[in-house]
Design a protein around this ligand. Structure first.
Ligand SMILES: [Zn+2]
Length: 145
């Protein structure tokens, strides 16, 4: 009899432990942070082309990598090649696209972007255009500043 009660108690405790673990795991998945990260990842995956207003600094990758990491860039010979280091990005509805903060966007070369690729060294820019997310490429439509 005593042995049977012991076994039943052991079974019940195991069941309770299992339930607690299941509930804990489930509530972690439902946390706000995880949902937002998932949403952002889906946006990256789904929206290969995103209409944006991006704010950032026009940095020369050669100069930056040479200064920060000792890369053997030769801007004095070949000239600067600028990219946009994103500080803030907004979609067409003015919603902030947090996942783009910190991205380095290469310019799609055309009449609108050429002067920003070769010039405007370290300028703060506000650009309306399109981001090809998988290619980290910015198509400039209009420069606001
Ligand atoms: Zn440079």
């Amino acid at each position: 009899m005593k042995h049977k009660i012991f076994l039943t108690t052991k079974l019940l405790l195991t069941l309770i432990l299992f339930l607690v673990l299941t509930v804990t795991t489930y509530s972690q998945d439902a946390s706000i942070d995880k949902v937002e990260i998932k949403k952002d990842n889906q946006e990256i995956a789904v929206n290969d082309v995103v209409s944006v207003m991006v704010e950032g600094t026009n940095i020369c990758l050669g100069c930056t990598l040479k200064h920060d990491k000792g890369a053997s860039a030769q801007c004095k010979i070949y000239g600067h090649r600028h990219t946009l280091k994103v500080e803030k990005a907004y979609d067409g509805n003015g919603e902030e696209l947090n996942y783009m903060a910190g991205w380095i966007l290469h310019y799609l070369e055309n009449d609108n972007s050429e002067e920003y690729i070769t010039g405007h060294h370290n300028d703060e820019l506000k650009i309306k255009g399109k981001v090809y997310t998988n290619a980290r490429t910015l198509e400039v439509e209009e420069v606001k500043s």
